[in-house]
Design a binder for this molecule. Structure first.
Ligand SMILES: NC(=O)C1=CN([C@@H]2O[C@H](COP(=O)(O)OP(=O)(O)OC[C@H]3O[C@@H](n4cnc5c(N)ncnc54)[C@H](O)[C@@H]3O)[C@@H](O)[C@H]2O)[C@H](O)CC1
Ligand code: K
Length: 508
């Protein structure tokens, strides 16, 4: 499913009307019927409904809903608190209601409704909200009754995941044709409640220029009957330092659970006994260094490059001068897929060798969380959170790399300008080690030779589902990264069986 911004939606809308010849009232009729069905399904008990309509087409959708409800025996009232001087399709809807004998309320009612429908503003809204509308939004939120927002909770901007105040706190948001940015990214998504997308007949091609998707249609690669471990990838994970050996072990276990043929960890010699005694299926390669890797490890790693199908660097590595030289040296000398995580990213920022990313011939994957991305780019965390996908894309296209930007949602941005957003996962995953597990999952999939984009989409999705399963089985407070790793098999099964429930449902 694609995710659109307001301007992209209105151009898709225009294309549907002007090029494909679908009359705008047909779109509005389908929008309002979908809205009606979604409300009936989600709030079957709600028979006394108050609809609050604005002066644009969002209000038009809401007025058409009033008609469906009125004709189907609901006790429905409506308000036009911003004025009755409507135009275009909204006026057409208003005129039909008047002919049906349905007049708007002249005053704000004091209560008596099971449900409020917010049709004040949709994609045509530009923040900030004016004073008159502001009072209406505050009033809607004060009623203590479930709220359904038409398209967008009024007061939010379709394009932003920032919460603007005041804005409607919806329990259900019914949007049309495609979800918008505010529906999928936090914190704005929290204001939307459950999100349902209604197909209103706008062909997918009308938005063909948009390259932003929700990750959903992933495929688990087949394992051929004549497979042997050599072709399932031999991955090398480099990192580990005194006090931070666990990170690399989590990544290594995640590689095994994800399906790698062989997994090796490259670790400081002084600590290799710890890895030897803790890892079973995975092998360890002692590299120069006592408590962390010496710079001399660089040439040794490079000399082994033909043995490995993918390399991941940084988990538990530590942040230090020699570490910077190792990371920069690997960017220069390693051929084949290379993933940088955690201190691999910090050493990259400190070592100021980002330009090397542009020169790599094989794919590079960076998996920062917001703090690491802030160090890489110099942008503040707040700025990153407000411009999450745009900045991920700016980075991946500028530096010709794949960027997996992690927060409550994860975005995968590609060097050729696509963004894939994962809505999977749970707040229970906000724990140390969960990122190391993701690094392992992704490295494993890269190592078995999957197309990079497919590997990253599947890996991020699989990791999110595994987190959800761990949450279900244990408790949101109690899960650790290894619990998630142990749920990777079940996550694979659910993806293969098609039993993963949609985060955003589409109704036709
Ligand atoms: N293809 C579709 O998705 C379809 C969408 N429909 C619905 O149409 C709206 C968009 O309609 P539009 O008329 O362009 O804009 P709005 O109704 O969202 O708002 C315009 C209205 O709001 C006023 N306004 C804007 N900013 C502010 C502000 N800061 N303060 C106060 N007032 C503001 C502006 O002056 C206008 O009066 C979309 O969301 C869908 O719900 C179609 O019905 C079906 C096809
Ligand atoms: K709305």
């Amino acid at each position: 499913m694609k995710v659109l911004k307001a301007a992209e939606m209105s151009s898709a809308d225009r294309r549907a009307i002007e090029y494909y010849g679908i009359p705008s009232v047909v779109l509005m009729e389908r929008a309002s019927l979908g809205l009606f069905r979604a409300i009936r399904d989600e709030f079957p008990y709600a028979k006394r409904v108050l609809v609050v309509a604005g002066k644009g087409n969002n209000g038009g959708d809401a007025l058409a809903l009033v008609r469906h409800m009125h004709l189907h025996g609901y006790k429905v009232d409506y308000l036009l608190p911003l004025g009755e001087d409507l135009k275009g399709d909204a006026k057409l809807q208003f005129d039909i209601l008047l002919k049906l004998g349905k007049e708007p309320l002249k005053e704000f009612p004091s209560g008596g409704y099971d449900l409020i429908v917010d049709g004040l503003f949709g994609t045509g809204f530009r923040p900030p909200v004016d004073e008159k509308a502001s009072r209406v939004i505050v009033w809607i939120n004060s009623l203590g009754v479930p709220v359904v927002s038409v398209d967008i909770p009024s007061g939010l901007s379709a394009d932003k995941h920032t919460i603007y105040e005041p804005s409607v706190r919806a329990d259900l948001t019914v949007t049309f044709a495609f979800p918008k940015v505010c529906h999928v990214l936090h914190p704005a998504a929290k204001r939307c409640g459950k999100v349902v997308v209604v197909d209103i007949g706008i062909p997918e091609q009308a938005a063909e220029g948009v390259k932003r998707w929700i990750i959903g249609d992933v495929e688990v690669p087949k394992r051929e009957v004549d497979v042997h471990k050599g072709i399932m990838g031999h991955v090398l994970l480099v990192g580990g330092s005194l006090g931070k050996t666990g990170a690399l072990m989590i990544s290594a276990r995640a590689c095994t659970r994800t399906g790698s043929g062989l997994v090796s960890v490259g670790v400081p010699k002084g600590l290799s006994h710890i890895f030897e005694s803790s890892l079973v299926e995975e092998m360890s390669i002692p590299l120069p260094g006592d408590e962390r890797l010496d710079e001399k490890a660089l040439n040794l790693i490079l000399s082994m490059k033909d043995r490995f199908s993918a390399l991941a660097v940084g988990m538990g590595m530590d942040r230090y001068k020699e570490g910077q030289r190792i990371v920069c040296g690997l960017l220069e000398g390693w051929e084949g897929p290379l993933l940088l995580d955690a201190d691999g990213l910090n050493n990259l920022s400190d070592g100021k060798c980002l330009e090397l990313l542009k020169r790599r011939k094989s794919p590079t994957v960076l998996t920062p969380h917001v703090g690491e991305f802030s160090r890489l780019t110099g942008y503040s965390k707040e700025y990153i959170l407000e411009n999450f996908i745009d900045l991920a894309l700016e980075f991946s296209t500028n530096y010709s790399c794949y960027l997996v930007l992690k927060s409550s949602r994860t975005a995968v941005a590609t060097p050729d300008g696509k963004v894939f957003i994962s809505l999977r996962g749970t707040p229970a995953m906000a724990k140390g080690g969960v990122g190391d597990a993701l690094a392992g999952v992704l490295t494993s999939l890269l190592g078995r030779g999957m197309h990079v984009e497919d590997a990253l989409k599947l890996g991020v999705f699989l990791h999110g589902i595994a987190g959800e399963i761990a949450h279900e089985k244990l408790h949101r407070e109690s899960i650790g990264a290894m619990d998630l790793v142990e749920c990777i098999p079940e996550a694979y099964k659910r993806i293969e069986n098609g039993t993963v429930t949609d985060s955003i449902s589409l109704i036709v």
